[in-house]
Design a protein around this ligand. Structure first.
Ligand code: NAD
Length: 255
């Protein structure tokens, strides 16, 4: 049995992880970490440090907050606990720095998106990018999301920028924004405009809109339920034991 600790277990994603791990027959939740602790069927702790002192843990799953995830990983990785991280907001540099603190043989796996559909959306965007001079990303999330743009949108923009270099967009930018409407052309991530919509009714959706002479191509993915992330999270939990160092992106684990 893989012994799993869930940081943020009382949150929207954390509670879905608890359900998915509990339903799997090769892993179990040995403890949860959340300062806003709810009643649970396993021991709960306020900090990762306290949890790792008290429980034998193979894998820490983190779905917490952008401002606490680095602190959690800085405790778990040097102690040799493999980490599966879904919390967004960490820069590539921060991930690399944290991975460098890991004990030998320990793996840090971060996926900006754990759904297979979003991973494929990014791969399709990579394939399309060389053929379209214009590309913009529009992401749609529930209004409790704490970071904008989403980690998926940032990764998609990075992939488009890598795939289309040195081709540059000729679309008008911030210089065309009207006074009082700054931001209308989106945030530039590696030169790709990214627009963040926050509204009730959404879980997580994204469109990538490509344009060239006389044509557009739109790639769209929708997560309507948090169960959509769970096969990817379980794959991560099952995979980290055989790996070490840093792995970024579910595509690296998908067969
Ligand atoms: P949420 O606010 O519902 O849950 C976060 C939980 O973390 C809360 O219960 C909070 O009490 C807890 N928490 C706060 N500080 C903590 C600490 N120091 N230690 C442990 N727990 C702590 O948020 P959510 O909707 O579940 O999202 C969590 C994160 O996951 C966000 O960063 C979100 O962007 C990300 N996310 C990633 C994916 C993906 O596929 N990678 C998908 C959805 C959400």
């Amino acid at each position: 049995m893989i012994r799993v600790a869930v940081a943020g277990y009382a949150g929207r994603m954390g509670s879905a992880v608890v359900d998915a791990v509990t339903a799997a027959d090769d892993m179990e939740v040995v403890c949860g970490i959340d300062p806003h602790a709810a009643e649970a069927a396993f021991p709960v702790f306020e900090t990762v440090d306290a949890a790792l002192d008290a429980a034998e843990v193979d894998v820490l799953v983190d779905f917490t907050q952008p401002d606490v995830v680095a602190g959690n990983l800085a405790v778990a990785l040097p102690r040799g606990v493999d980490c599966v991280v879904g919390t967004t907001g960490l820069s590539n540099e921060a991930l690399q720095e944290l991975a460098a603190t890991a004990a030998e043989g320990t793996c840090l796996f971060y996926a900006p998106n754990f759904t297979t559909g979003a991973v494929l959306m990014m791969e399709f965007a990579r394939a399309a990018a060389p053929y379209f001079p214009e590309a913009e990303v529009i992401e749609f999330h529930h209004c409790n999301k704490k970071d904008a743009p989403s980690g998926t949108a940032v990764r998609t923009a990075e992939i488009i920028a890598e795939a289309r270099a040195p081709r540059m967009s000729e679309a008008p930018g911030r210089e065309t924004e009207m006074p009082g409407a700054q931001g209308a052309r989106g945030a530039l991530v590696d030169g790709v405009p990214v627009h963040s919509v926050r509204s009730m009714g959404f879980v997580a959706s994204q469109e990538v809109v490509f344009g060239s002479l006389g044509q557009t191509l739109t790639i769209r993915h929708d997560s309507w339920d948090r169960t959509s992330y769970m096969p990817g999270v379980l794959l991560g939990i099952r995979s980290v034991g055989e790996r070490d160092g840093i792995v970024v992106g579910l595509e690296n684990l998908m067969a």
